[in-house]
Design a protein around this ligand. Structure first.
Ligand SMILES: CC(=O)N[C@H]1[C@@H](OP(=O)(O)OP(=O)(O)OC[C@H]2O[C@@H](n3ccc(=O)[nH]c3=O)[C@H](O)[C@@H]2O)O[C@H](CO)[C@@H](O)[C@@H]1O
Ligand SMILES: C=C(OP(=O)(O)O)C(=O)O
Length: 421
């Protein structure tokens, strides 16, 4: 199992190119299943979840061509097996995004239930309820959602869907399914993340009729057929946010090429309040940081609030900042798995339910720590960059799920970090 060895204490200087967003590329690969015409996605990040998604759709009978430059051509004209098996879904929950497109285009889908994961129970009841509202018949048997259209139906029917909570992949599944449904679908309480808007723009380029994406009310007029398109995956705001926190914590001056400051307002506000200088520059974001920062309290919420996917990374920064801070996690019930590992590095953090209280310490000291989930891994890398001595981050397959060459990018800006195989 690969590990990362980090020798802390180096400032970060130079430029990093931010990759396409994992959380946009995954639904967009599934959106390519909505048409028999070829779809070309550009700026697709090279990371494990994308590889898993490509395996998933290839196993369905889809032809994939990758050019090594971030471009992927997907041809699902001969898709023969509308199934997402447990073996793949268990390693990548986003496989549930196949449900909407398969049902909409083929009238049937068999998709494994994802089950819980390290950060929480993460049910998919809202996905099921939404598809049922559009007429799908769904039974859950042997760990699978087996979905089909009622007898005599050729398409899903538009519906009014109000989810009990804001769900990102739920909204994406409904957007894709509704694009090919008969009539109008109205999504209330829809997620507003930039990845939703990016998916909607792709669907519109395929011929879908969507209005209101980027707001909590999205209206979709279904069309009979979608066509192929070429679409560039939006920049990964969480990768950019991770590098912002890394530079702010370690000190230095870095430009994040392709980074979108407009997608990171909540994180950037906190970084500025902490004492870092963050500026939107032509084609990217510049971050400068010197000396000890001031700890910042925050609470995770849906976009445009502070993202849960940035909570662990900002906590690493708070751990060595001056003062104490409170971090409340409102999205996932178990997303503090990094705390015990940071404590091994010398951080002073107390957790009570969904609240963590962090007393900033002057320094962390390197140790062996274990990654427990994707963003926890990133937070331990940031902690390792500022810790004295050597930090060994174990189980980085979690990190590889969602970051495109993180250690190479960090090394290029001056970090002392290497992968141990
Ligand atoms: C591939 C992808 O885009 N993943 C992101 C997506 O995950 P994902 O789409 O899985 O997360 P959701 O937005 O659906 O989850 C939000 C909350 O709703 C709950 N819920 C959700 C659906 C459902 O049917 N029932 C239910 O109870 C979840 O357990 C969670 O507590 O949004 C999360 C919240 O921003 C991010 O952390 C993930 O990085
Ligand atoms: C939780 C995340 O991803 P996923 O929904 O794929 O588990 C994440 O990207 O931080």
């Amino acid at each position: 199992m690969d590990k990362l060895l980090i020798r802390g204490g180096h400032q970060l200087r130079g430029e990093v190119r931010i990759s396409g967003a994992k959380n946009a590329a995954l639904p967009e690969l599934c959106a390519a299943l909505l048409t028999a015409e070829p779809v070309v996605l550009t700026n697709v990040p090279r990371l494990q979840d994308v590889a898993t998604m490509l395996t998933l759709i290839r196993n369905m009978g889809v032809t994939i061509e990758r050019d090594g430059e971030g471009s992927v051509r997907i041809d699902s004209a001969r898709l023969s097996s509308p199934e997402a098996p447990y073996e793949l879904v268990k390693t990548m929950r986003a496989a549930v995004l196949a449900l909407g497109p398969l049902l909409a285009r083929f009238g049937e889908a068999t998709v494994s239930l994802p089950g819980g994961c390290a950060i929480g129970s993460r049910p998919v009841d809202q996905h099921i309820k939404g598809m049922q509202a559009m007429g799908a018949e769904i039974v859950v048997e042997h760990g699978y959602m087996i979905a089909k259209l009622p007898k005599g139906w050729t398409r899903l029917k538009g519906a009014s869907i109000t989810t009990d909570m804001v769900t990102v992949t739920g909204t994406e599944n409904f957007l894709m399914a509704a694009s090919l449904a008969e009539g109008e679908t109205v999504l209330q309480n829809a997620a507003q993340e930039p990845e939703i808007s990016d998916l909607a723009e792709m669907l519109i380029a395929m011929g879908a009729n969507i209005k209101g994406h980027g707001t909590s009310r999205i209206v979709i007029q279904g069309v009979e057929k979608l066509s192929g398109c070429t679409h560039e995956v939006v920049a990964d705001r969480i990768e950019a946010g991770t590098f912002l926190c890394a530079v702010a914590a370690a000190g230095g001056d870095v430009v994040l090429r392709h980074g979108r400051a407009d997608h990171l307002a909540a994180v950037i506000d906190k970084l500025r309040a902490a004492g870092a200088t963050v500026t939107a520059v032509e084609g990217g974001i510049r971050v400068q940081s010197q000396g000890r920062l001031t700890a910042q309290s925050f609470r995770t919420t849906e976009y445009p609030g502070f993202p849960t996917d940035m909570q662990a990374q900002f906590m690493a920064l708070n751990a060595i900042a001056s003062g104490s801070s409170k971090v409340e996690e409102t999205i996932f019930e178990n997303r503090f798995m990094h705390v015990n590992e940071m404590t091994r590095l010398g951080a002073n953090i107390q957790v009570d339910g969904r609240l963590a209280v962090i007393d900033g310490v002057e320094k962390l000291s390197g140790a062996t720590v274990m990654a427990t989930d994707l963003r926890a891994s990133a937070s331990l890398v940031i902690a390792g960059l500022v810790a004295e001595g050597e930090t060994l981050v174990d189980r980085i397959y979690h990190l590889d799920r969602g970051y495109d060459q993180m250690e190479a990018k960090l090394r290029a800006i001056g970090a002392d970090i290497e992968r141990i195989r």
